[in-house]
Design a protein. Structure first.
Lengths: 384, 261, 330
């Protein structure tokens, strides 16, 4: 039976998160967005509200809820400050990965720290020479004594400015392709690990940057899951972050559209509000329609995940389409504001810069469409 | 271990109010409803007292059955149970009649040490409920409390008055109305929201409270609301002319007349 | 008791100056009803006050001098006022809407089994029914409610400063009556009374904002703005140049689209030109008063009231006028 409503608890949760986000986060968004500094104080408040451990069971201090609920939190936080919504996605991802692939010791160690906000995980997969093509990975993790030694370079990694640890992917079998990739937990302060920050046009607080690994020694207990199963872990666990990215962009676009609606009702031309001109009102109607469709797609994908059903195709649909229509909505919301929207004192241009990041991050539109085609047409029609 | 009663109510979110352009009347249908701001402070204060001294806090609300999400919110924040007083006969009750309904329910709930309520509601802002309820139940009252401490079986509170701060004390049982400054209401976590579903919600009608339907609602209320009209939001663009002293005097008089000073 | 059995208009405020304003309003209502105006004088010096009240329009003053009345306390005051009103049955009872008056009026009304309307800014008598009709501001200043009464007495609280007192009339005839009624001791005890401390800035929640812009010449002149704000119980705001370029005030004070959007009842813009970013930040203010030297400053388009003049002269004039009309030592 089709039921598209959130539960009463989820509605109340949404209301709480909105109240928090609009009072604690929204006022400082613009100011924070212009600095390359992680909003640690805001992250701390979010952890206090339990937002970094939504899908982590109560026994580890989490909220024990589902992925749809994570989506609600992300959407609401992003409406106020997209950069602040990122730790929820990462917390959800880390939580899910430990629950499924971690050893009991790893769960005991890491999950409570994630829920308390003491551990902030970054995801180190991409390299200068490879992104979604993980088989081409160059970073190595070779056995030495009862540990591993890491060498290589990671690029385009988020939270380089504030992560405490990274899920880092490296080849334990350099000769193998994707099957040679393993996943490790590497602390930010590991000797031999150095970082550098990129100076981006948006999402500055997320601190995109690079990691250089030179003879980094880590214990064997840092291995996440099994050797050679790292890429599998990426595929299985990280599908749904594509959906969360969609909701991050959508929340941001929603805020922009609401600003545009308010402005269009107020700003007058030829003696009447510009909202009465179809050139403006239809634009709003069209974006609202696309955004509604996008929202349904995102929550459907999360719901599929909660049901334990495949959602690879839907996640990729979210990833290529939702950031795109969000950027377009913000673009038009900016234009509706005229020169006011072009001003950097106003959040529209900032929101636009921020969502652009997600048309690139976690796989471009092109790779997502390859995945969707593969799911629809079959593996034999892959281009490679 | 004080036994506490917290009175709260639902109001429309005034940010969403719209005006019927034809009649200039306010349209309150279909607008988000929320717990009145100061009442959230009263709920928060009861929870803080509970965290320090133990005891129990029961929320009491007069409202439509549709106010259940607000009840759940109050329970999520940390109230132990709630009591919804809902009856079609209550519709149109003025503030003092609402106080009578609350008083009947509070008597039925049994002995208590403290009643907490918000100093005023964000819709009517008349600040009458607390004093009227205290009168009905023959209690001492401490209105406009901006800080509350419990010392044994008495309450010490700071009152924020027009001309200064007054520190007063009273023994249990006592009624307090609290200001916005007293605390910052907490936001419930998801876990608390889920736990709130298991808390008890009593539901009473006029008959359960021994109230005659003639004594409540529109016909039972001494105050009759004739009309609510919107303030026109357009700016008036009035220049205050004359000497500076004259202009200043006119300005102050106009602002007082507008009710904004 | 039938409504027709109630007669006369009564007024009470524990603050003498407010009582005088209520006497002026009460006189109008009593005259239009063709009845007497009564007043209540309680506590220390009540008798001296009583003759003043007569000079300002009362026909009859009830004086209460019990020791428990010497300082305001809601319980004994309720005992006395409700007791007297029960005996003499006024049809209208006006109480000054100070914080103390507002805790008193609903208690009195509840004891008398009647209704009370708070903070009434307009009061009229409906011809035939002789019923009082009042208007009060509701929904955070967004709307005006019109109310009337079914029962008597009709209790209303009136904010200070809305009505002007009458001219004092020497040798106006009037009667002073000593009220002897049983009064209970209050169950609350006052431990301490002290001055209010100044809070930190929360401009978005402020009810009144006094804001300044480029019209200020020196950083130390902020003091002028602060003084007006303090007098009005307001927060200090500013436009972008003061916070961002000159940094005379912290960003907590910055009002505008990109910082704090305010929604006070009253926004006073002093020496602010009125750029659109600033105007968008004060969109939700209910009333805007603008002070600017430049007759053509855009701020006047977005203001309800405007005074063209030098803020260095206008602000002291406003303070003086406010002190004269409203503020008084209690």
């Amino acid at each position: 039976m089709l039921n598209l409503s959130f539960s009463e608890d989820q509605e109340l949760f949404r209301q709480m998160v909105r109240e928090f986000a609009q009072t604690e986060l929204a006022p400082g968004y613009l100011e924070r967005a212009k600095r390359e500094e992680a909003p640690r104080e805001e992250f701390r408040k979010m952890a206090e509200l339990g937002l970094t451990g939504i899908n982590i069971p109560e026994e580890y201090g989490g909220q024990g809820a589902d992925y749809v609920t994570i989506g609600i939190a992300i959407e609401e936080i992003a409406r106020a400050d997209i950069n602040c919504s990122y730790p929820i996605a990462v917390g959800g991802l880390g939580g899910g990965a430990f629950l499924k692939h971690g050893t009991p010791e790893q769960r005991e160690t890491w999950l409570p720290k994630i829920t308390r906000g003491e551990t902030l995980l970054g995801l180190a997969l991409t390299e200068p020479g490879c992104g979604s093509d993980a088989a081409a990975m160059k970073t190595t993790a070779l056995r030495e004594g009862d540990g591993y030694v890491l060498n290589g370079e990671k690029s385009s990694i988020s939270f380089v400015n504030c992560a405490t640890d990274f899920f880092l992917f490296a080849k334990t079998d350099p000769k193998a392709g994707a099957r040679g990739v393993s996943c490790f937990l590497v602390p930010m302060d590991a000797p031999g690990l150095t970082t550098s920050i990129f100076h981006d046009m948006g999402c500055k607080p997320i601190g995109r940057g690079a990691l250089a690994l030179k003879e980094v020694h880590i214990p064997a207990s840092s291995l996440m899951g099994q050797e050679g199963r790292g890429f599998h872990l990426v595929m299985e666990e990280f599908d749904y972050t594509k959906v969360l990215i969609g909701l991050m962009c959508l929340g941001t676009a929603q805020a922009a559209l609401e600003d545009a609606i308010a402005y269009a009702k107020e700003r007058k031309a030829f003696g009447k509000p510009i909202a009465r001109f179809e050139g403006v009102s239809f634009l709003i109607a069209e974006h609202a329609t696309r955004m509604e469709a996008a929202r349904l797609l995102c929550y459907q994908a999360l719901w599929l995940r909660d049901q334990g059903k495949p959602h690879t195709k839907e996640a990729s649909m979210c990833k290529w389409w939702v950031p795109k229509i969000s950027a377009e909505a913000i673009h038009d919301a900016l234009l509706i504001h005229g020169h006011l929207g072009y001003s950097d004192e106003y959040p529209l241009e900032q929101r636009w810069r921020d969502v652009l990041a997600f048309q690139i991050a976690d796989g471009t539109a092109q790779i997502q469409k390859i995945i969707i085609s593969r799911e629809i047409l079959g593996r034999e029609y892959l281009p490679y | 271990m004080p036994e506490m009663i917290v009175c709260f109510k639902e109001v429309v979110d005034e940010r969403e109010l719209k005006v019927n352009p034809k009649t200039q009347e306010l349209m309150t249908e279909g607008i988000t409803r929320k717990i009145s701001d100061f009442d959230l402070n009263a709920i928060e204060e009861a929870i803080r007292i509970k965290e320090m001294h133990g005891g129990r806090a029961t929320g009491v609300i007069v409202g439509l059955p549709e106010c259940k999400p607000s009840i759940k919110k109050a329970l999520s924040m940390g109230l132990d149970r709630a009591c919804l007083l809902s009856d079609p006969a209550f519709a149109g009750s003025d503030t003092l009649t609402v106080a009578a309904i609350l008083a009947a329910a509070i008597r039925k709930l049994g002995p208590f040490d403290m009643i907490l309520c918000g100093e005023a509601s964000t819709d009517g802002f008349s600040a009458q409920l607390g004093p009227s309820l205290a009168e009905r139940l023959d209690l001492p009252q401490i209105t406009a409390a901006s800080q509350v401490t419990i010392e044994g079986n008495q309450v010490v509170a700071e009152r924020s008055l027009d001309d200064g701060i007054e520190v007063v004390e009273a023994s249990f049982p006592v009624l307090l109305s609290v200001t916005k400054e007293i605390n910052k209401p907490r936001l419930a976590t998801l876990k608390q929201i889920l736990a709130a579903s298991k808390k008890e919600v009593l539901e009473w009608k006029a008959a359960d409270l021994g109230l005659s339907t003639d004594a409540v609602g529109l016909q039972g209320s001494p105050i009759v609301l004739k009309r609510v009209a919107a303030f026109r939001m357009e700016r008036k663009n009035i220049r205050l002319e004359g000497t500076l002293a004259e202009a200043a005097e006119r300005a102050i008089r106009e602002l007082l007349r507008e009710g904004v000073l | 008791m039938k409504n027709e059995e109630y007669r006369n208009v009564w007024v009470f405020s524990e603050v003498k100056e407010v009582a005088l304003e209520l006497l002026s309003l009460g006189r109008q209502l009593a005259d239009s009803l063709g009845v007497e105006l009564g007043a209540l004088a309680l506590g220390n010096g009540a008798e001296a006050q009583a003759s003043e009240y007569i000079a300002y329009g009362a026909d009859r003053v009830y004086v209460g001098q019990h020791p428990a009345l010497s300082r305001f306390s809601v319980e004994p005051y309720t005992d006395l006022i409700a007791g007297l009103a029960g005996q003499h049955r006024p049809e209208v009872l006006l109480i000054g809407a100070t914080k103390r008056g507002k805790e008193l009026a609903p208690r009195v009304a509840t004891r008398l089994g009647t209704g009370c309307a708070a903070d009434c800014i307009s009061l009229t008598i409906e011809g035939e029914s002789r019923a009082l009709q009042v208007e009060r501001v509701v929904y955070s200043g967004n709307a005006l409610a019109m109310l009337t009464y079914r029962n008597r007495p009709q209790v209303a609280t009136i904010p200070p400063g809305i009505f002007q007192r009458r001219e004092r009339e020497e040798n106006r005839p009037g009667e002073i009556i000593l009220a002897e009624l049983p009064i209970r001791e209050p169950r609350t005890r006052v431990r301490e009374v002290r001055e209010k401390e100044k809070g930190s800035v929360n401009i978005e929640a402020a009810e009144v904002v006094v804001s300044c812009g480029r019209g200020l010449n020196h950083p130390e002149d902020i003091q002028l703005i602060r003084e007006l704000a303090e007098l009005l119980g307001a927060e200090v705001g500013c436009s972008r140049p003061i916070a961002a370029d000159l940094q005379w005030l912290s960003e907590d004070h910055w009002v505008g689209l990109s910082r704090h959007k305010v929604r006070p009842k009253l926004y006073i813009a002093c020496g602010i030109s009125g750029q659109i970013q600033h105007i968008a930040g004060i969109r939700d203010a209910r009333i805007v008063l603008a002070i600017n030297q430049d007759d053509a400053a855009p701020i006047f388009q977005s203001a309800d009231y405007g005074i063209v003049g030098d803020l260095y002269q206008v602000i002291p004039a406003l303070k003086e006028a406010y002190q004269r009309i409203v503020k008084r030592e209690s």
